[in-house]
Ligand binder design. Structure first.
Ligand SMILES: Nc1ncnc2c1ncn2[C@@H]1O[C@H](COP(=O)(O)OP(=O)(O)OP(=O)(O)O)[C@@H](O)[C@H]1O
Ligand SMILES: [Mg+2]
Length: 329
């Protein structure tokens, strides 16, 4: 039995979509391996738990830092592992694999992803641009000659694109996304409270009380970290308006990039975008206040897709279903 698979190869997580079944696997893109023997110790969730907690000889890495393959061999093993895990024992025939890549990747990086998928056992490989996959997954009919703006904010990269007739007309890719929001919170806590916190704690703050637009009702939470002056553990109360201050710079850069893409958009397509609005996708877009911020600065109605973290995987998989995986967008 043959299978068609769509893979969203993200810096933060890998999602696998299997035709007829939907998104059946979602795991962090982390690999742990033994530095001495090069043997892989764990992949995915199991490996994530080892990040920052490994003994000397075991290293846990994110092979896809910033949306591109920084470590080819490890990425290949990771793709292989996820494909096998997703398909289980029913792999008599080699699968046809569609993988989405960030729109900014170079030819060399595209080749690396393609080869990794073949090496992982694919019979046929199709690469789809992330914004096109995101648009399909968000339910947009991309085959029409009509402009749609997609802002996909992941963990490591933000892809901003205007799509029409199944292709990207104008786009930009920023190496700044959800993980940079966490880093901005870490920096803010250090400067404002003399408190050193880890990236996991910063992400927690972002998800629980984070906002990039002033809230009507202030929220707060207690955060533990290390006092940079005394070196001892310390608890601090952080408010949502503090997160707004911390996140102003990175989210401002995303807004600037959105505006620069709008400035380069042909007028007919601009008119379509004004009608249809801007669609936000990706986990990073779940930050509160982003819709309001973009709407305020651009004057264009902005909305977040349903299941923003899954849309790229869904779109990649549906691309296989619609086209039989033959065309390359
Ligand atoms: N509720 C939430 N609020 C704010 N941010 C969130 C929320 N849930 C997840 N995130 C952020 O979403 C980001 C991961 O998003 P996603 O899974 O779309 O990235 P990715 O596709 O792996 O990365 P990329 O597309 O850059 O390769 C992380 O930075 C995470 O902190
Ligand atoms: Mg992504």
């Amino acid at each position: 039995m043959s299978a068609d698979i769509g893979i969203d190869l993200g810096t933060a997580s890998v999602l696998v979509y299997v035709k007829g079944k939907g998104v059946i696997l979602k795991e962090p893109s982390v690999v742990a391996y033994d530095r001495d023997s090069n043997a892989i110790k764990a992949i995915g969730e199991e490996a994530r738990l080892m990040l920052g907690r490994t003994p000397g000889n075991i290293i846990a890495v994110r092979p896809l830092r910033q949306g591109v393959i920084s470590d080819y061999t490890v990425t290949e093993k990771m793709i292989k592992y996820f494909v096998q895990k997703a398909l289980g024992k029913r792999t008599f025939k080699k699968p046809r694999i569609s993988i989405c890549v960030p729109s900014g990747v170079t030819e060399v990086e595209r080749k690396a992803v393609e080869e990794a998928a073949y090496a992982a056992g694919a019979r046929e490989v199709n690469l789809i641009e992330e914004p096109v996959a995101a648009a399909i997954g968000a339910g947009i009919d991309i085959s029409k000659p009509c402009g749609n703006m997609i802002v996909d904010i992941g963990g490591g990269t933000s892809d901003i694109a205007v799509i029409s007739l199944g292709g990207t007309v104008v786009n930009t890719s920023l190496k700044l996304a959800g993980d940079d929001f966490d880093e901005a919170i870490v920096r803010f806590m250090r400067k404002k409270h003399n408190l050193l916190i880890g990236e996991r704690t910063a992400e927690d703050i972002k998800i629980k009380i984070g906002t990039t637009y002033p809230l009507i009702d202030e929220e707060s939470m207690e955060v533990r970290g290390r006092n940079l002056v005394t070196g001892l553990p310390k608890t601090v109360t952080v408010t949502s308006s503090e997160t707004e201050e911390a996140l102003r710079e990175p989210t401002g850069q995303i807004v600037e990039a959105v505006i620069s893409v709008l400035e380069r958009t042909p007028p007919e397509l601009s008119a379509d975008i004004l009608d249809r609005g801007i669609m936000l996708t990706g986990g990073g877009s779940m930050l509160r206040g982003l819709e309001e911020l973009i709407e305020e600065r651009t004057g264009i109605n902005t909305m977040t897709a349903e299941e923003p973290m899954q849309v790229v995987a869904i779109g990649t998989g549906q691309f296989v279903e619609f086209s039989g995986g033959r065309k390359e967008y």
